[in-house]
Design a binder for this molecule. Structure first.
Ligand SMILES: CC(C)(COP(=O)(O)OP(=O)(O)OC[C@H]1O[C@@H](n2cnc3c(N)ncnc32)[C@H](O)[C@@H]1OP(=O)(O)O)[C@@H](O)C(=O)NCCC(=O)NCCS
Length: 344
């Protein structure tokens, strides 16, 4: 196991948080949750029918795990009322009708979609974090959180990042052994304000999950005005504005831009192209102009650079929610539980 992951498990255990996993029907989720509990990483609430979960996982000892069946849980009325109130007046874009016309509609909906049931438990303070997505799409996993948990104070954008762990033997340009890339999975074409939010949230994730002091580079194909794309998408001025905005919002954050990737990580290039910058040549957090750049970038580090990619880690929610990949295994589930506990 990598030292970074070991450190995440160790710090998560000290927090003793409770994480809800609404996909009790998925064996990988149940195994990952049981392992996390047995290793002291977090307390666990699984949603689903207890008898079905037990008979589907006869080899697992489920003692100590709380199992709640939303269909018989008395609190479902409370949650239905909460959902109805939180979404009152909202129109479903597909049907052009109210999302939940009545409390009864809200109740029927949380019994169909346990991720929303779990999000309401989180909103109500009964658990500290939510992990889902082993058998739901990213959009269906995040939407309940976007609708009822909303964003953290001072942040208007939920985003995601990958924590990239350097291969054995290290990497000259990642002296901390880790780098954090964002946004690689949620915001498709963020504007300058959203990029400033993404930078601030990613710096927070770098501290809380990667356990490093963030030095944030706002990335571009241009360094400090060396290039422009005025005739095309105007991403250079967008990254320049995002840099100004993020500095205004968080004056203490070590953040600068816009930088090409080499000016951000290579001391010799940083010294040449941005000699007065505190970030050039030593960045460890990288904010990409859009999801294309971010997603392609982290996969290059993973495949060509042999970095291990942990994530996507969701950030910016008022309370932590994380999305599992549908190809996940029980080890991944355990890691995401630990990451979520650390964000709580
Ligand atoms: C995140 C995502 C799922 C949201 O999609 P959506 O549910 O269609 O979002 P909507 O535009 O209908 O918005 C729903 C609510 O969430 C809010 N919201 C949407 N994206 C948000 C964000 N990034 N941050 C904060 N709030 C957001 C909206 O303001 C809206 O709030 P409201 O209903 O209270 O007014 C969408 O951005 C997405 O699909 N991103 C790409 C995901 C992807 O394919 N990733 C690839 C994985 S590698």
């Amino acid at each position: 196991m990598s030292g970074v992951l070991e450190n995440i498990y160790k710090r998560a255990s000290l927090k003793n948080k409770t994480i809800v996993l609404p996909e009790g029907e998925d064996k990988r989720v149940v195994k990952g949750a049981v392992d996390a509990y047995k290793e002291g990483i977090a307390k666990i609430v699984l949603l689903g029918d207890e008898a079905e979960i037990k008979s589907a996982n006869p080899q697992l000892d489920l003692s100590g795990i709380t199992i709640i069946n939303p269909k018989t849980c008395e609190k479902r009325k409370v949650y239905a009322e909460m959902l109805f109130k939180a979404r009152e007046g909202k129109i479903n874009r597909k049907t052009n009708l109210p999302e939940y016309p009545t409390v009864e509609d809200a109740e029927a909906s949380i019994l169909k979609d346990y991720t929303m049931f779990a999000a309401l438990m989180l909103k109500n303070g009964e658990v500290d974090g939510l992990v889902s997505g082993a058998c739901h799409s990213t959009a269906n996993t995040l939407r309940p959180g976007l609708q009822v948990i909303k964003t953290a104070p001072g942040i208007n954008t939920v985003s995601s990042c990958f924590v990239l762990v350097a291969p054995d033997g290290g990497c000259k340009y990642a002296p901390d052994g880790v780098a954090v890339f964002a946004d690689c999975a949620i915001n498709i074409e963020p504007d300058a304000n959203q990029l400033a939010d993404i930078a601030i949230s990613t710096a927070e994730t770098a501290k809380s999950i990667a356990d490093i002091e963030p030095r944030v580079a706002m990335l571009s194909f241009s360094t400090k005005g060396s290039g422009n794309d005025d005739k095309y998408f105007q991403t250079v001025p967008k990254m320049q504005q995002a840099t100004i905005k993020a500095k205004e919002l968080k004056p203490d954050l070590i953040l600068d831009g816009e930088f090409q990737f080499d000016a951000a990580v290579a001391p010799e290039v940083g010294a040449l192209k941005a000699p007065d910058s505190k970030v050039a040549g030593k960045a460890n957090v990288f904010i990409f102009p859009n999801i294309n750049a971010g997603n392609i970038g982290y996969k290059i580090a993973q495949r060509f650079g042999n970095f291990m990619a942990l994530g996507p880690v969701c950030q910016g929610f008022a309370k932590p929610i994380n999305d599992l990949s549908r190809g996940c295994n029980a080890e991944d589930v355990k890691a995401v539980i630990a990451i979520t506990a650390l964000q709580a």
